[in-house]
Design a binder for this molecule. Structure first.
Ligand SMILES: CC(C)(COP(=O)(O)OP(=O)(O)OC[C@H]1O[C@@H](n2cnc3c(N)ncnc32)[C@H](O)[C@@H]1OP(=O)(O)O)[C@@H](O)C(=O)NCCC(=O)NCCS
Length: 144
């Protein structure tokens, strides 16, 4: 297994698009407003990662919002349905938190739909707490 930082290179863009074609996540659509291509082309402080196993991207994670001027990174994560409940999500969360810490951030933020029960429980287990609620979503935060 490898965790790779993704750049604006064609093979990475193909991997991410294939990941989303294999998985239609009900509550996770991070490229709804901005395509993968556009997000990768514009990224400066934001970062995107792929977890690879046997040459296939099995999870996708991101720390973003900094390029829009926010001071607290907004975390996003998804694991391929065939690889859930094996610890990949937890591992990627720890990776993203440590990566943010190394880059000087002291808090992490995320938004999760109230009906995404698995993800809500998962984040609570990882010590995220809800500090706000809007549009059917909890805003959660954690001190790093
Ligand atoms: C939420 C999500 C990221 C979790 O990823 P995951 O890889 O399944 O997470 P893990 O395997 O690390 O942990 C999931 C559960 O499996 C359990 N688990 C961890 N390692 C395990 C192992 N080796 N064997 C069995 N179970 C294990 C954990 O205890 C955990 O339980 P919890 O949900 O009660 O906390 C994943 O379900 C997902 O991608 N969902 C769809 C996209 C999405 O909703 N993203 C969040 C948007 S806000």
């Amino acid at each position: 297994m490898d965790i790779l930082r993704l750049y604006n290179d064609e093979p990475f863009i193909v991997d991410v698009n294939e990941f989303f074609m294999r998985n239609s996540f009900l509550f996770f659509n991070p490229h709804e407003k901005k395509s993968v291509e556009q997000s990768f082309a514009e990224m400066v402080k934001d970062s995107y990662y792929g977890v690879y196993h046997d040459g296939i991207m099995i999870a996708y994670g991101m720390l973003r919002g900094m390029d829009e001027g926010y001071e607290i990174p907004m975390l996003g994560i998804a694991v391929d349905g065939s690889y859930e409940n094996k610890g990949v999500g937890t591992l990627l969360m720890k990776f993203l938190e440590t990566d943010a810490k190394l880059n000087g951030y002291t808090k992490m933020r995320l938004r999760v739909h109230k009906n995404n029960f698995k993800a809500v429980g998962f984040y609570i287990r990882l010590n995220y707490f809800a500090f706000d609620y809007s549009g059917d979503c909890f805003w959660m935060e954690k001190d790093l």
